[in-house]
Design a protein around this ligand. Structure first.
Ligand code: PLP
Length: 396
């Protein structure tokens, strides 16, 4: 009999909710019209896209509707990466004469790799450091943002540690210098309340597959009045802001997922925080030499980054995998050697524990029984790996 999978890798991707799939299905073979068509068969699909757009806007606190009732601050994209790239690109175009991007050392590559490319093209890029708990150095940030800054981009919540940044405060600093503010809310949306209006955010990107919608769809919020320049030239879709026939099925799915996330946000957050607490308590009390990473007072409720001294995260993951347990590590495989991730390095986590970092990320589908199973199998796994590790204290 196949063993059941215990899926604790929800920051990597999530299961499509059955309700989301159900909402999408008619758009494959029955309502497959092109939303740009003149006929009603296609045109009615366009109406459904607008309903999905409103649902996304509702999750983000974007209350503006144009005179046709359209939540025109939302642009559908292909993924979180596209939203991040498009926002930063548009911000530079909206602030001609300014050449600087201020971002953080712990952003996802969707921002950091693009920043590197912009630097190659002659832009100035400043990376704001974090402390050992993953909190931003706000004094550094304040000093870095000036009259040459076009855009400040800071993630709402970190994908590895779950640490939440003070995005409202950062937006204020950006605006005081006349710069625009973008936040990558790919991990935050659907897990913590997001209110673009209260926090005066100019650009915000999300990704469907992190909140129980399919992969390959996302959305970018662009505040009304902020000039947006397109990344994709083509047809007049998305009010001329993104060429390309809409990914209708996935857009419908994203709308449904946002509606569901908004309806259960508080309940899910409380339950996830409880399950996460259960996991951390059981692990840290049973296994010596473990550390929970990130800002423990200000974290996503579903994310737990735990370092196990003296061993490698990848070995832990492989052994967990034998029990059907899916998690991920805080390492990135660079040129064959397993280097701690840029997030762990930016936090200054000591090498011997950064190496043994495992990220558990939960979703509403996880149960207390699953958590208990992980807590049961982990201590012997760690003990076994440490018994053969030259980096574990007692073996040195
Ligand atoms: N930003 C963050 C914080 C992420 O965690 C991810 C995905 O892991 C992305 C951006 C990229 O999203 P996508 O896979 O939809 O391009």
């Amino acid at each position: 009999m196949e063993q059941p999978v215990i899926y604790l890798d929800n920051n990597a991707t999530t299961r499509v909710a059955p309700e989301v799939l159900e909402a999408m299905l008619p758009y494959f073979c029955e309502r497959y019209g092109n939303p740009s068509s003149i006929h009603t068969f296609g045109g009615s699909v366009a109406d459904d896209i607008e309903q999905a757009r409103c649902r996304v806007a509702d999750l983000l606190g974007a209350s503006f509707r144009d005179r046709d009732g359209i939540a025109s601050e939302i642009i559908f994209t292909s993924c979180g990466t596209e939203g991040d790239n498009a926002a930063i690109n548009a911000a530079f175009n909206a602030r001609p004469g300014r050449n600087k991007l201020v971002t953080t050392a712990v952003e996802h590559p969707a921002v950091l790799a693009y920043a590197k490319e912009l630097e190659r093209l002659g832009r100035e890029v400043v990376l704001v450091p974090v402390d050992g708990r993953g909190r931003l150095d706000m004094d550094f940030l304040k000093a870095a943002v000036d009259e040459n800054t076009a855009v400040v981009s800071a993630m709402w919540a970190n994908n590895e540690t779950g640490t939440v940044f003070p995005v409202g405060e950062i937006a204020k600093i950006a605006h005081a210098a006349g710069a625009l503010f973008h936040t990558d809310a790919v991990q935050a949306a659907g897990k913590v309340p997001v209110d673009v209006e209260a926090l005066e955010i100019d650009f915000l990107s999300i990704s469907g597959h992190k909140l129980h919608a399919p992969k390959g769809v996302g959305a970018l919020y662009v505040r009304r009045g902020v000039r947006f320049s397109r990344l994709l030239f083509g047809g007049h879709q998305e009010k001329g802001r993104r060429g390309g026939t809409e990914n209708v099925t996935s857009v419908i799915g994203l709308g449904k997922a946002c509606e569901m996330a908004l309806a259960s946000l508080e309940k899910d957050a409380a339950r996830l925080a409880e399950l996460r607490g259960r996991l951390e308590e059981k692990i840290t009390s049973a296994i010596p030499g473990t550390h929970v990473n990130g800002d423990l007072e200000n974290r996503l409720p579903n994310t737990s980054s735990i370092s196990f001294d003296g061993i490698e995260g990848e070995s832990i993951l492989m052994m967990l995998n034998m029990y059907g347990i899916c998690a991920s590590s805080g390492s990135a495989c660079t040129t064959g050697s397993l280097e701690p991730s840029h997030v762990m390095r930016a936090m200054g986590i000591p090498y011997t524990s950064a190496h043994g970092t495992v990220r558990f990320s939960l979703s509403c589908y996880n149960t207390a029984e699953e958590i208990d199973k992980v807590a049961e199998v982990l201590p012997p796994i760690i003990a076994r790996l440490r018994s053969i590790s030259p980096f574990w204290e007692e073996n040195k």
